[in-house]
Design a protein around this ligand. Structure first.
Ligand code: ADP
Length: 300
C-alpha cells in the first residue's frame, strides 16, 4: 500500500511554509485567539509572510479579531484563496464559510476532521514564513487530526495560553502532556490576563479656577472616594484574587519542565483592539499589553 494521497498533497502544500506554530489552550476564553491574532500582527509587522489558520470550528473568532467579518474564501485555479489583511497576513477560518455570524457549527468528529484536511490540502497559501494555527480549547479531534495530517515533526511547536487560575492551569498540564505524547515541542506557556492594570482615574471631580489652577483637592478626593468606594473595594477584591494566582503558570512550567514565555496583563485596550480587529502594536493605546506581548514574541 502506497502513501496516503491526501497526505502527499498536504506535504506538497506545506513545502512552501517555513514554520508552523500551534496556539493551544486548555480552556476557552483565556485569550488564545487574541494571542494568535496579535502574534500574526507582530510577525507581519516584522515583514514575515503569515498564514493564520483558524481551526476552532465551533467558535471561530479569528475573522472578527482580524477585522474580516463578512469576508469569504474564494476559489481560483490554484485552490482556495485565503482572505488577505494588509498584504502580509492571509487568513483561513471556518467563520468565512458560515452563512452568518449567528450560525453555529454542530459537527461530529469526522466532518471536522474532513474540513481540516480540506483546509490543509486545498488552500493556496503561496510562500509563508509562518503558519499560525489557532486551535479549539482542549485536546479533541481537531488537534489530533492536524498533528496527524502535518506530522509532529512538521510542526515547529506549540504555544499554550492560560490564565493564572488553577482551573485553567490544570487543563494546561493536560495540553503539555498531549504535546509530549504526540511529539510536538512546547515552545512555551503564556500567562494571559495576569494582574489587573491600574484603573484610570477619572478627573470629573477636579475643579479648575478661572486661571486654570486646581482647587478643592481634598474635597474632590473625598467626593471621588465616596462615589467610587464600592467600585474600588471590588477592584481590590478582584486584584487580590488575581494577585494570589498570578505566577501560577511559571511555577507549573518549572514543574513540567517547559519554557515560561511571560505574562500579559488584563488590559481593556487589548480587549478593545481585539473587538475592533486591529493590531495592538500600531499605536500606544495598549501600553500595558503590547510591550508584554512583544517581549514574549521576541523569545520565540
Ligand atoms: P479564547 O480564544 O481562549 O477563547 P479569546 O482570545 O477569544 O479567548 O479571548 C476572550 C476575550 O478576552 C476576548 O474578548 C478578548 O478580547 C479578551 N482578552 C483576551 N486577552 C485579554 C487581556 N490580556 N486583557 C483584556 N482582555 C483580553
Amino acid at each position: 500500500k502506497g502513501p496516503d494521497p491526501d497526505l502527499v498533497v498536504i506535504a506538497e502544500r506545506m513545502a512552501n511554509v517555513k514554520h508552523k506554530i500551534f496556539v493551544l489552550s486548555g480552556k476557552g476564553g483565556v485569550g488564545k485567539s487574541t494571542f494568535s491574532a496579535q502574534l500574526s500582527f507582530a510577525l507581519a509587522a516584522m515583514d514575515f509572510q503569515i498564514g493564520l489558520l483558524d481551526i476552532d470550528i465551533c467558535g471561530p473568532s479569528i475573522p472578527k479579531m482580524l477585522g474580516l467579518e463578512g469576508q469569504g474564501i474564494r476559489e481560483n485555479n490554484l485552490g482556495w484563496s485565503p482572505v488577505y489583511v494588509d498584504g502580509n497576513i492571509r487568513v483561513i477560518s471556518i467563520g468565512f464559510l458560515l452563512p452568518g455570524p449567528d450560525e453555529a457549527v454542530v459537527w461530529r468528529g469526522p466532518r471536522k476532521t474532513g474540513l481540516i484536511k480540506n483546509f490543509l490540502k486545498d488552500v493556496y497559501w503561496n510562500e509563508l514564513d509562518f503558519l499560525v494555527v489557532d486551535t479549539p480549547p482542549g485536546t479533541s479531534d481537531e488537534q489530533i487530526s492536524i498533528v496527524q495530517f502535518l506530522g509532529a515533526t512538521g510542526i515547529d511547536g506549540a504555544i499554550i495560553v492560560t490564565t493564572p487560575q488553577q482551573v485553567s492551569l490544570i487543563d494546561v498540564r493536560k495540553e503539555i502532556t498531549f504535546c509530549k505524547n504526540v511529539g510536538v515541542k512546547v515552545l512555551g506557556v503564556v500567562e494571559n490576563m495576569s494582574g489587573l492594570c491600574q484603573p484610570l482615574m477619572d478627573f470629573k471631580f477636579m475643579r479648575m479656577t478661572e486661571t486654570g489652577e486646581h482647587t478643592d483637592i481634598s474635597e474632590w478626593v473625598r467626593e471621588y472616594l465616596r462615589e467610587k468606594a464600592p467600585v474600588l473595594q471590588n477592584l481590590i477584591a478582584c486584584s487580590e484574587v488575581f494577585d494570589s494566582s498570578s505566577g501560577g503558570a511559571e511555577k507549573m512550567c518549572r514543574e513540567m519542565d517547559v519554557p515560561f514565555l511571560g505574562k500579559v496583563p488584563l488590559d481593556p485596550q487589548l480587549c478593545k483592539a481585539a473587538e475592533e480587529g486591529r493590531s495592538c502594536f500600531i499605536d500606544n493605546k495598549c501600553q500595558l499589553s503590547a510591550p508584554a506581548l512583544k517581549t514574549i514574541i521576541e523569545k520565540l
